[in-house]
Design a protein around this ligand. Structure first.
Ligand SMILES: Nc1ncnc2c1ncn2[C@@H]1O[C@H](COP(=O)(O)OP(=O)(O)O)[C@@H](O)[C@H]1O
Ligand SMILES: [Mg+2]
Length: 323
């Protein structure tokens, strides 16, 4: 028998107030045991998609199933089986972190002993040990965010739906959290549906990524395949001796056909040049540097990043006037 998809979405559309198209005929499937990322700029439609899957808002048209249950007709069955971390904060700020977590655990039917086992296993990972008995109102934003995320790991859910969970976490907390998600999926065969606008995070964490732009899914694959499929370009990195050479070089590059995009790095005389024909570019630049006496520290060739793919894709869509 074929395994039921964790999530299957078919032509899902949400139009707010009769005119704001937040999600536009989105279709995708998430397999069980997968970490699936929905990646998009602010306002792309990520939270709206999550709210429909978590049965918090209803779709305007189209449909979706979560673990085989229909989001329009079987919301209760779905809500029993999922954990959701929304973008908005949701807790009683006058309770201590521990009391608040215990309250949720009891609502989910986790008994006291099990609660204490689970919390002991989680507080170190989320670095909340020190603040567990403090009132939530005194916690920093990053600590409150970690608390909200930890809460959803307390109960046995088959799918975790996380809406930009790492916003407000510092670099170390973020990396520890992403590693924890990976471990969790491997160990318990649960599924994670994850949204983010941070490309490197999606690349590090997700098995597959759907890119959403103006409510439409414009690409879907593993980060590796996305990079293969959507960029045959490579990046040439040039580091110059000082800024004066940089200004001169930018002018020359402006007149070159073989340059898809260029990005000047902050605080260093370094420029990254994306090109479909990087070897010709390197040849042209070498001739230029010799004939026009530039002082060059280094020139190197790198593979495209997932960020290059997104900038390319989203830039194309905007240029084509797709809304
Ligand atoms: N309740 C609402 N009423 C009207 N427009 C909304 C509402 N919620 C979101 N939107 C609009 O829908 C679009 C998608 O929003 P959202 O799903 O929050 O995007 P994201 O989470 O990717 O930033 C945005 O243009 C946003 O302004
Ligand atoms: Mg959002």
């Amino acid at each position: 028998m074929q395994e039921i998809d964790a999530i299957s979405v078919e032509d899902l559309t949400k139009i707010y107030a009769g005119k704001v198209v937040a999600v536009d005929h989105a279709s995708f499937r998430v397999k069980q045991g997968e970490i699936f990322g929905l990646l998009g700029l602010n306002g792309a439609g990520k939270s709206t998609t999550i709210k429909m899957l978590a049965t918090i808002v209803s779709p305007t048209s189209g449909n979706a199933r979560v673990l085989g249950y229909d989001i329009s007709k079987e919301g209760l069955e779905i809500r029993k089986r999922i954990g959701v971390v929304q973008q908005l904060e949701s807790y009683d700020r006058n309770l201590t972190a521990r009391t608040s977590l215990a309250l949720y655990a009891s609502l989910w039917g986790v008994d006291k002993k099990e609660f204490s086992n689970r919390i002991n296993a989680l507080i170190d990972k989320f670095e909340l040990g020190e603040v567990l008995d403090r009132k939530i109102r005194w916690l920093s934003y990053g600590q409150r965010r970690r608390l909200q995320v930890l809460r959803e790991f307390l109960h046995d859910c088959e799918i975790l739906i996380l809406d930009e969970p790492t916003v407000g976490m510092d670099v170390l907390a973020r990396r520890a959290f992403l590693d924890f998600c990976k471990e969790r999926v491997k160990g318990e065969k649960s599924t994670i549906f994850y949204t983010t606008h941070i490309v490197s995070e999606a690349e590090y964490l997700c098995d597959r990524v759907a890119i959403i732009h103006h409510g439409k899914i414009i690409a879907l694959d593993s980060p590796k395949e996305l990079k293969k499929k959507y960029t045959d370009a490579k990046t040439v990195c040039v580091v110059l001796k000082d800024d004066s050479y940089l200004t001169k070089l930018v002018k020359v590059l402006d007149g070159m056909q073989n340059v898809t995009r260029k990005e000047i790095m902050e605080d260093t005389p370094e420029i990254h040049i994306v090109s479909q024909d990087p070897f010709k570019l390197i040849y042209d630049l070498s001739s230029l540097f010799q004939s026009d006496s530039y002082e060059v520290e280094s020139m190197s060739l790198t593979e495209p990043s997932l960020e290059d793919v997104i900038v390319g894709l989203v830039g194309d869509q905007t240029n084509n006037g797709v809304k």
